[in-house]
Design a protein around this ligand. Structure first.
Ligand SMILES: CSC[C@H]1O[C@@H](n2cnc3c(O)ncnc32)[C@H](O)[C@@H]1O
Ligand code: ZN
Length: 442
């Protein structure tokens, strides 16, 4: 290539600020991001882009900060249809007396299709481009994510009890193996294994889950050490803390993701540090259900990869990862007794590159670097509630909420343009949601 060669590409995005996540802590002024097909081909100063690239379209974002799309590592997407149904309750009362009976009555394939579309509309609107789901009828969630063009880790549920999705562990594992076979290797859908929790899955199915993970390389995601009650009951029933039992069964490892992780002692921390794996911090669900506090800084100090999730909209009650980041950053400081804990940049890294690492895809997702997949978002900082701007990273975590997200691309495809969703028919979706509301109320 000579000095004068002009390169043709699809799209040029001119950003007032760019937070690439790699290198850590960078905030770059007046940058251009060049997209070609599904990938980022260059990230460079706008003046240099003028010399080097000619693109089919140019999108000027003069008041915006551009960053990688956010990764929500834990949720139950279809539960958006249960938002606000049962508030102000502790976990086991919430599950036993409200959520599980409601799931038994209403959850079916159509519920999951509609509920996951509602969740995707909210997630896309607030800056999430990749999510993880653990719910019944995972084939419906996978299809809905595929049709919308979102990336999703779809964990099939595994429990001892029969549910509307199957008669018990053998059927869940057989259907789960089919789901893995169908989607394995797909760019968008990452099939995974979702044993619900230590108190709902016995040793046999957990051992089978580990074997399936080893055979297929599918990740395991499990709710773990969510409450003090869970740990106390496990000690009474098995003589082991849940983390110790998971270690003995081979569940702990670098391809596993542990959701919640409040109530950790030194033995747990040593086991986790020794075996690796990924923590999914869900601060708002932990607060709302009064489940406990996750010691984020201690986990980071033990070398663990800490990611973030919202949990379902029935225990949060929204799927806005920017709001979650603010809660996480505030809480980490209070729990550590240290205001320097979980800085704005660390929080942003948690919702991007750390999430990509947990999915085993940090070579292609999680930062804005030439060659990576084009999953990125723009946040408009011109509203009064985020003015003036000294440090866009600070605003993203401490002053923003997800509704300021104006644009997003996944795999190079526009998903949000000036706040409008391009791939979800919102009026049609709202009609369906209203039907469900009427049905559930009646
Ligand atoms: C097996 S599908 C998922 C199952 O999990 C339930 N659930 C939702 N939120 C939580 C939580 O915070 N802890 C434990 N279980 C949760 C959901 O209602 C489904 O039944
Ligand atoms: Zn959950």
């Amino acid at each position: 290539m000579t000095a004068n060669t002009i390169i043709a590409a699809d799209t040029r995005i001119n950003a007032r600020w760019l937070i690439p996540i790699e290198p850590f802590g960078a905030v770059l002024d007046h940058q251009a991001v060049i997209l070609q097909g599904s990938r980022i081909t260059a990230v460079l100063p706008q003046a240099d882009a003028d010399q080097k690239f000619r693109t089919r379209e140019t999108i000027d974002l003069p008041n915006h900060v551009v960053l990688p799309g956010l990764i929500n590592l834990h949720g139950h997407t279809a539960m958006s249809l249960f938002r606000g149904m049962a508030d102000d309750l502790p976990l086991m009362t919430w599950l036993n007396e409200h959520i599980w009976p409601a799931e038994g009555r209403f959850v079916c394939e159509q519920f999951v299709q509609d509920g996951s579309r509602l969740a995707m509309a909210e997630m896309l609107r607030t800056g999430t481009t990749t999510f993880s789901d653990m719910y019944f009828f995972p084939e419906a969630t996978a299809q809905a994510a595929h049709d919308t063009g979102m990336r999703a880790q779809v964990c099939f549920p595994l429990m001892d009890m029969p549910t509307m999705w199957g008669s018990g562990p053998d059927e869940y594992l057989a259907k789960g193996a089919d789901l893995i076979a169908q989607w394995r290797g797909d760019d968008f859908i990452m099939p995974a294994i979702g044993p619900h929790a230590p108190y709902t899955v016995s040793d046999g199915p957990l051992t089978a889950a580990v074997a399936l993970s080893e055979q297929t390389d599918a990740a395991i995601q499990i709710h773990l050490h969510e409450t003090a009650f869970e740990v106390e009951e496990a000690l009474k029933l098995t003589g082991k803390r849940p983390t110790e039992r998971m270690a003995d069964l081979g569940v702990l490892g670098t391809n596993s993701q542990y959701v919640h992780m409040t109530q950790l002692n030194e033995v747990d921390l040593d086991l986790l540090a020794k075996t690796g794996g990924h923590i999914v911090h869900c601060p708002e669900s932990n607060l709302k259900l009064a489940s406990g506090l996750c010691p984020v800084q201690t986990l980071i100090d033990h070398g663990l990869n800490v990611t973030i999730g919202t949990d379902g909209a029935a225990s949060n009650n929204d799927l806005d990862l920017f709001g979650e980041l603010k809660t996480a950053a505030m809480l980490a400081k209070a729990v550590a007794g240290d205001a320097t804990s979980l800085s704005a940049h660390k929080a942003l890294e948690m919702a991007t590159l750390n999430g990509a690492r947990a999915l085993g895809r940090d070579q292609e997702l999680g930062s804005l670097v030439a060659g990576k997949l084009a999953d990125l978002i723009a946040v408009d900082l011109s509203d009064p509630f985020i003015q003036p701007v000294y440090d866009p990273a600070s605003h993203l975590v401490y002053s923003n909420h997800g509704r300021a997200v104006s644009h997003s691309w996944i795999h190079g495809v526009p998903q949000l343009q000036d706040g409008r969703l391009t791939r979800i028919d919102v009026p049609d979706l709202m009609l369906r949601v209203r039907d469900w509301q009427r049905h559930i109320l009646s």
